[in-house]
Design a protein around this ligand. Structure first.
Ligand SMILES: CC(C)(COP(=O)(O)OP(=O)(O)OC[C@H]1O[C@@H](n2cnc3c(N)ncnc32)[C@H](O)[C@@H]1OP(=O)(O)O)[C@@H](O)C(=O)NCCC(=O)NCCS
Length: 154
């Protein structure tokens, strides 16, 4: 394991490419009980709607975040940071890349769902200005949980 980064300036956010897939899939598996398959990440590379950024430290992807750009909406699909690198501003840095993309590309609203029990994620999104706009009962499995829907007007 590489040492924990001494500061955020050592983290570079770059567009997802094929060289990141193995690392991103490892992060996904470390973060979720119901992870995306490696193939799902490969398919992002040829999806014209997908806008993904990867946080790279010492040549290794330690986090990723992405949205689907559909007309004037940016649907945030994934945000994850490998456990050893959390609480250092990496997710915030990646989300700011997506918000900047949204501002520059005529997105009017960014949307997402999060587990109602996921205080870390909800706090993160609130820090970026997202607001809870609704709930979906029983939306998640493994374990079962409700979803909160959050929006950011860009
Ligand atoms: C949620 C997640 C992406 C946050 O990543 P991170 O890099 O640790 O987040 P950051 O360091 O950028 O934190 C930014 C802000 O988010 C909030 N936050 C992050 N982790 C938190 C935690 N464990 N508890 C409370 N607030 C938290 C805080 O407001 C924080 O700002 P602060 O450090 O000034 O208090 C990370 O915990 C993760 O990968 N979790 C598993 C995957 C997941 O749940 N993804 C979201 C799916 S909707």
């Amino acid at each position: 394991m590489d040492s924990i980064p001494p500061n955020l300036s050592k983290i570079e956010c770059v567009p997802l490419d094929s060289s990141h897939i193995k690392d991103v899939y490892a992060v996904e598996n470390a973060c979720f009980t119901d992870p995306w398959s490696e193939e799902m990440f490969v398919q992002l590379l040829s999806n014209p709607l997908a806008v993904y950024t990867v946080a790279v430290y010492n040549g290794k992807a330690v986090g990723y975040a992405g949205l689907y750009h559909i007309l004037s909406e940016g649907q945030i699909m994934n945000v994850a940071v490998t456990p050893e690198y959390r609480r250092q501003g990496i997710a915030e840095k990646m989300l700011k890349v997506l918000v900047d993309y949204a501002k520059e590309n005529d997105i009017e609203v960014m949307t997402l769902e999060a587990r109602k029990s996921n205080n870390a994620a909800i706090s993160l999104y609130e820090k970026l200005g997202f607001e809870i706009v609704g709930e979906r009962k029983g939306y998640y499995q493994h374990p079962s949980d409700d979803a909160v829907l959050m929006n950011l007007t860009v």
